[in-house]
Design a protein around this ligand. Structure first.
Ligand code: MN
Length: 232
């Protein structure tokens, strides 16, 4: 095909310990998947089915281990929030995936930040409008390299944490996910056929809060990885 202009580059996340990249197709995100975070967002954390929203694939901002990424404070917000999350990297096509078959669809894992323009998200939510302006903006998904599941296994427990300027702000454990990774994959695949390259941000523990220019934000998932970004 002769395109009328050069296609945009394929977004990718480096693979840990490798020169290869994991090409990103879609980014799915789970809302309110830890009970204490659901409460701090004003929701009842009863086990209602998980809900999902999306970010564009080119929202990823890969941050190499041992480096500090730079993230510009985004426009149109005065309440820019951090959310640290386990990210699942899908490696096998599937729909209506059974819970006990879900791990076979996982290529690897990463740690990521679901950065959020909270003021916009809440204003949209309160009007029953879509969340894109609050969640799906440019560079809203800083992320570590993807660790192959062949190396890190399928973590069902492990500390999820985030600090701002060295002060602990978020702390939880994967064991406290309301919907586990296999359950999340099973639910999501009822609505979307999953393909290699899909990323799933699995939700954040309690303690979300604002960042301002100059802040150093560091977070990670035990056994998977950690990343640091400076708000510029
Ligand atoms: Mn989130």
């Amino acid at each position: 095909m002769n395109y009328v202009f050069a296609p945009a580059p394929i977004p990718f996340v480096p693979v840990a310990g490798s020169s290869e990249g994991f090409p990103v197709r879609r980014i799915y995100c789970v809302g309110r998947n830890y009970a204490a975070h659901a409460r701090e967002m004003g929701s009842d954390p009863d086990r209602e089915p998980p809900f999902f929203f999306c970010k564009p694939a080119d929202a990823v901002v890969p941050v190499a281990p041992g480096t500090t990424g730079e993230l510009a404070y985004p426009p149109q917000t005065a309440n820019f929030h951090h959310e640290v999350e386990l990210v699942v990297a899908i490696g096998k096509v599937g729909r209506d995936i059974a819970v006990d078959a879900a791990n076979a669809h996982v290529w690897g894992y990463a740690a990521g930040f679901d950065m959020t323009r909270r003021d916009l998200q809440f204003a949209l939510r309160d009007k029953g409008r879509p969340w894109e302006l609050g969640k799906a903006f440019d560079r809203s998904a800083p992320i570590t390299p993807v660790v192959p599941a062949a190396r890190c296994g399928h973590p069902a427990a492990g500390r999820v944490w985030l600090t701002v300027n060295g002060t602990l702000k978020q702390e939880g454990d994967l064991a406290d996910l309301i919907w586990s990774v296999p359950e999340t994959i099973a639910h999501l695949s009822k609505y979307f056929e999953l393909f290699p390259g899909d990323l799933i941000f699995t939700g954040t523990p309690e303690g979300v809060g604002p960042v301002v220019r100059g802040d150093l934000v560091t977070g990670g998932v035990e056994g998977v990885g950690e990343l640091s970004i400076r708000i510029a």
